[in-house]
Design a protein. Structure first.
Length: 332
């Protein structure tokens, strides 16, 4: 029970801090996969484009599924990780790093059951742009003027794990296309996927999600325990005496490492999960998605949106694991 409660609060805190950066990452990763013509020049330009043309709240699109689902995900993640640690290290004491990696890997693999459908719904909502004209994208007055006319053009994305918006290629005269809103919210998105594809539709990208989550959480927990143990006060020798600053540092570094280890898988997962939403499917399976993505944009395609991911990882993980640690510490 305590793992469940601590995990939920830690995960919720991380989502509230990091979701805007996750939206930017999603747009950048899926750039070129959707019908949007917008091309993003980088993390900051994508961020400002979304705020200027869709509003600040658009950065929080798709936040409800992970916020609600975080209870289940973290109940599984921390519950399985804690149980595995007791199994592989029954004598207790300071966790051995190899045991932390093993327990984290198993926990990451198991929680894919909830993580995959939740992220699929979140991603499809994140890449869905509000109808905005590509004419005069940087001008508020231009947007208002065009919005009052009979035709609103859509802002376009370039392809990647999230659809980003860049406007350098939009000509002032070309503002004819319209972005059609496919989903009206998390429940509507889930029901449409179930009606069209059945339960298997919610697990699209499940294989690559497993390939991402397993080593990611193994690295995450192993790195966190290693850094925390390195900062134990010599006079007490107890993990309970590691400071909040030290816990936050360990969480931030662990989050960065987890993403660096598995980021190419995250890009392919994002591309697979939005594939076929706005047209015929491009990819046959996970391997086909890796190959076609590489042929299309080269090796750099697997690191689209990495900047926003790293920026997000620092505050999110500096909050998540320390929150869990402190709750469990004081619960005891």
């Amino acid at each position: 029970m305590k793992d469940f409660v601590a995990g939920w609060f830690g995960g919720a805190a991380g989502i509230l801090v990091g979701h805007p950066f996750d939206t930017v990452k999603a747009r950048l990763q899926t750039e070129g996969i959707t019908k949007s013509s917008v091309r993003y020049k980088g993390t900051f330009q994508c961020f400002t484009h979304i705020v200027k043309n869709e509003g600040v709240l658009s950065l929080y699109k798709g936040m409800l599924p992970p916020l609600v689902g975080m209870a289940a995900i973290n109940a599984i993640l921390f519950g399985v990780q804690g149980s595995m640690m007791k199994l592989v290290q029954p004598q207790g004491g300071l966790p051995k790093i190899k045991n932390s990696f093993l327990a984290g890997s198993v926990a990451g693999a198991v929680q894919c059951v909830v993580c995959c459908p939740m992220e699929l719904v979140k991603l499809r909502l994140q890449i869905q742009e509000d109808p905005v004209t590509t004419n005069n994208l940087y001008s508020r007055s231009g947007i208002k003027k065009l919005a009052s006319s009979s035709s609103l053009s859509s802002t376009a994305h370039k392809g990647g794990a999230h659809t980003p918006a860049a406007v350098a290629t939009a000509s002032p005269a070309a503002a004819t296309a319209t972005t059609r809103k496919i989903y009206n919210g998390p429940l509507d998105c889930t029901m449409k996927i179930l009606r069209q594809k059945g339960i298997s539709g919610l697990y699209k990208g499940g294989v690559v999600t497993f390939l991402r989550e397993t080593p990611a959480f193994g690295s995450y927990f192993a790195c966190y325990d290693f850094l925390c143990q390195a900062q134990i006060p010599t006079e007490t020798g107890s993990m309970d005496d590691v400071s909040m600053v030290a816990l936050s540092f360990a969480g931030g570094v662990s989050g960065i490492l987890a993403w660096l280890v598995t980021y190419p898988c995250d890009v392919v997962k994002s591309r697979l999960q939005i594939d076929g939403v706005e047209g015929p499917p491009i990819y046959k399976n996970t391997m086909d998605a890796f190959i076609k993505s590489y042929r299309e944009s080269g090796f750099r395609v697997f690191f689209k949106g990495l900047n926003s991911t790293i920026i997000r990882a620092i505050p999110v993980n500096a909050v998540t694991l320390p929150t869990v640690t402190l709750i469990l510490r004081y619960w005891q």
